[in-house]
Design a protein around this ligand. Structure first.
Ligand SMILES: [Zn+2]
Length: 344
């Protein structure tokens, strides 16, 4: 497996398509277009999640891998009298991480308007100390639209209304040294990994013994992504989502991270052991870790009644839900673990 350019292409393509939770239609078009090219069968659930399936040669028992295409974002909460727009958050941002960020308002009739998220006291020359002391909470922010609008009516005339989706600039950057810096590596680094795995399966004519499902989840950031439409044959559910490197953590940006416990409790002991075994056997560089403020799509599936063993693996993403960073090594080790696990 040495095709890092293809991995990067998938990653950059997917990162360039805005997909806040509730607005994932365009990114799904990209994914189904790739699945069509590869000749892989897939179907959509009523809630919009997508499952791609590779039939097993010996058993219909399924291993289901999930990754989520939805990201953090925002929604227009109020068109204000000053011609600016207040927002409500989609998912868990730290407000300072999007302060001063460029954004796009997506209207329901498919127009797009650019703007910038600013605080309501954005200039040091006007607001002085107040600008610094302002509490960084959502109600103290507004979008300054890049149009000549001065009143609520001006904004309404553009077609902007309450409930319109707001996406933030990802500022995606790939460095010479192999780092990827971008918003929404959670979980688009995993989505790109899975697209690469699908490509690898087709290119190398791999027929796994067990049926492999790839579940592309679309409501993960709000907690119920995989609560429905999990394939009935699922015996093992492996969420592919970001690991958390940082202070007091064992995860890194260079290994595949395997989570042993998160906010919802321990992951399946035996399945975790099987994944570790595959890593050891194939010299895949891995790290075990515990995540203190984390809930994955595995928990959503379990809480909806799924009866399967479950685990969580993925690339290590630094500064999650902020301006994130990972390294290609972490993505490659994640891909190697998935490929080796399904080829066993
Ligand atoms: Zn995630």
């Amino acid at each position: 497996m040495d095709n890092t350019n293809l991995i990067k292409k998938y990653l950059i393509d997917i990162l360039s398509i805005p997909s806040p939770t509730g607005y994932t239609g365009v990114v799904f078009k990209y994914i189904t277009n790739e699945l069509d090219k590869l000749g892989i069968e897939y179907k959509f659930g009523n809630k919009g999640a997508l499952v791609a399936t590779i039939q097993g040669s010996e058993s219909d028992d399924g291993i289901t891998f999930s990754a989520h295409v939805d990201t953090l974002g925002a929604m227009v909460k109020e068109v204000k009298g000053n011609g600016r727009v207040a927002i409500a958050l989609i998912g868990g941002y730290m407000m300072h991480s999007v302060e001063g960020e460029n954004c796009i308002i997506h209207t329901r009739d498919k127009k797009q308007y650019e703007g910038t998220l600013q605080t309501i006291k954005p200039s040091i020359h006007i607001h002085g100390q107040e600008a610094k002391d302002l509490v960084r909470e959502c109600k103290n922010y507004e979008i300054v639209i890049d149009e000549e609008v001065f009143s609520k009516d001006d904004v309404k005339k553009l077609g902007i209304d309450v409930g319109d989706i707001v996406s933030f600039d990802t500022r995606t950057k790939v460095t010479e040294s192999g780092f990827i810096k971008s918003r929404y590596l959670d979980d688009k680094a995993s989505v790109a990994s899975i697209l690469y795995v699908l490509n690898y399966i087709v290119e190398n004519n791999i027929t796994p013994k067990k049926t492999i499902n790839f579940f592309f989840s679309n409501y993960e950031e709000v907690g119920h992504g995989s609560s429905a439409f999990i394939p009935k044959n699922t015996k093992e559910f492996i969420a592919v989502d970001m690991g958390c490197p940082g202070e007091n953590q064992n995860s890194t940006e260079y290994d595949v991270c395997i989570c042993t416990k998160d906010s919802n409790g321990p992951y399946d002991y035996d399945l975790t052991n099987r994944l570790i075994e595959i890593c050891k056997k194939n010299n895949i560089s891995y790290k075990l870790d515990i995540y203190p403020n984390y809930g994955s799509d595995a928990a959503a599936a379990l809480k909806s009644g799924m009866d399967a063993s479950f685990s969580l693996i993925g690339p290590g993403v630094f500064a999650s839900h902020g301006y994130e960073r990972t390294h290609m090594k972490s993505i490659i080790e994640t891909i190697r673990l998935i490929i080796n696990y399904i080829s066993k």
